[in-house]
Design a protein around this ligand. Sequence first.
Ligand SMILES: [Ca+2]
Ligand SMILES: [Ca+2]
Ligand SMILES: [Ca+2]
Ligand SMILES: [Ca+2]
Length: 322
Amino acid sequence: MTKLLKLSFLLLLVGVLSKAQPVPGGDENIPNLITFGAEAETSWGDANFCQIIFFTVPKSHTAPIYIKVYDPDCGGENDEMQGEWNTETSFSIYGGQGSCSSDDAKKLNLDGNYDEGTLLASQTFSNEPEYDQKWYTFGPINPSEGEFLPEEGGHVFKIIVEGVAGDDGNMYQLFMSTKSEAEDEVEGGYAYYYKYTVRLHDNPREMSHIYPYINDSSIVSIKQTNFDWDNDGWIIVRSVATAGQMMKISKDNEWATSLYNIKPEEYNTSLDIQMRKHPSGSIRNNNVVIYFENQYGELMKSYSVPIGGVPKYKGKPASEEL
Ligand SMILES: [Ca+2]
Ligand SMILES: [Ca+2]
Ligand SMILES: [Ca+2]
Ligand SMILES: [Ca+2]
């Protein structure tokens, strides 16, 4: 990126002040993240039983932060039982050199040294009523323990969630907070990720979204890949320049990919990847995986809050588009 582009990107980030820290984010309208135990069938919707999320603390924020996990246990409410509850899920927080910038942390999870960096805290949960529908809090954490990345405007932490044993699905949410006992957002903080494994809504009237950011004018196309979509409705890309274009969706326990050509107007904007349920509402408990790569095969960042806001289509209605 040129200096000017970097500056405009950071200015756009400054606009991300509210609702920036819940993951999934408010604009994403995704009910929960999900990670299955390592002995699960992939046909239940998780391809590799690991999820990695990054949280950025802006340089201006120097007070301690807390990383909170909602419903970290796998049991009781909010989770997907297979047989009996027997799943263990670890939540680990990394900072320091290489934790977020190393190539392996940006690749598909569990390749190479994806856990590079300094392990700051880790906790493993099983079926624990004490944490059912409750928050678990990591911290206080000094922001300077994160990896300083100038291009992100601050210190970045890596959260690795792994299903270490069992076969149930653990659903949870993450939150970066200024307080231990409450969910109070870090002003200017935000989360991003390279791959999402999530539970979709059951209600077909609910639409979920993911917001990859087109940060570089060398990006000419993106490839989306999704897993175990169970033919549930449609994935549609919408942007400042596209009223709506369908992306291919996968069947049960299968992968699907499709390409989208980037238009010049889309540089330095977010894409709105809309996930629309099949209107019959017959597909319930649908867990899915989705990620995006540029034409060089590099994974692209999506932000829990769309950088620059939810993109609004600026062109004329086109009859061939949705
Ligand atoms: Ca089980
Ligand atoms: Ca639970
Ligand atoms: Ca849970
Ligand atoms: Ca599925």
